[in-house]
Unconditional design. Sequence first.
Length: 337
Amino acid sequence: MTSTTTSLPIIDLSPFLSSSSTPESRLKTAKELVQACHSTGFVYITNYGISQALLDEAFSWSKKFYSLSDEEKSYAAHPPDSKLFRGWSKVGHEMIPPLEGEKKEGVMDFTLWHGHDSNAAQPNIWFPESILPGYRDFVATFYDQCWSTSVPILRALSLGLLNDEEYLLDFHSNLENELSFRHYPSISESKVRSGELDRLGAHTDFDSFTLLWQDENAGLEVKVSGEGWKSVQAVKGALLMNIGDILSRWSNDYLISTLHRVHLPPVDDNYMGDENVRMTKPRYSIPYFVVPKSDKVLEPLEGYFGEGKDKKYEPTTYSELYHNRVDGIFRQDAKAR
Ligand SMILES: O=C(O)CCC(=O)C(=O)O
Ligand SMILES: [Fe+2]
């Protein structure tokens, strides 16, 4: 059954980008953002400081990369024995570990991962400059821009949660976040409907929060409590932001890390081919995952436990949590479709 579309809260971030904003307007935005992250975990953000022209350029570089031959793309191939999110994963190389009740075989997903070039612990994998001159420079610029957008979001979350704009910011930096260019190739509608294949299996993100841009070929769905899977489409001028497991855990489950997947689009225009053998149109998306500094100790935030609320989680670090989580994502036995 095709899911219906859901409407998500829209937060105007401009008070956090303008130097002339008042403390009242910042607090109001911060409270609205935190409330949205508490109730739905997914929210649209407008006026966040990235131009449409830069986004168009990002999608255009992604399309240029995926138009290369497999041989050319392979220069940046994710090494089969690596657990780092770097390089290009061909179809079937990455799989979301099965979730109870949500398992789908044969997840289809092309991904190209990048981090910060100065992150020596997680080195980038670049193809030769001659293959796509200018690509590497663009990615560095765009990666920095994503961080520039994450800073006001961190400030807003921190102010809304703790009445302190700096607190969460101190736990994050530009060094360990991850940017990904994703390409979901055309796939048979009936095979997805029957459960034989899916595009990106149901999961929660494992970061503090994610920024996500998607093209017009819908497919993203979120699981809305009590309602089931609902489609979430791109809104021009807005980025989609969602809370990941880390901020959820950190806030003692006050903010929610919502289950989501990439499945079938609800819109006829997003398909091609004959009625009986309809195929989805190829889809592109760009997530940027904001993670805490790997060695900082994360303790449930003050005010979110006590007075009748249990402290549900022990102090830990992102690197400890991360190691358990990545097992099973990269497959050595990737099968082509
Ligand atoms: O491609 C999308 O729209 C969603 C991607 C996603 O959920 C992820 O990479 O974690
Ligand atoms: Fe995700």
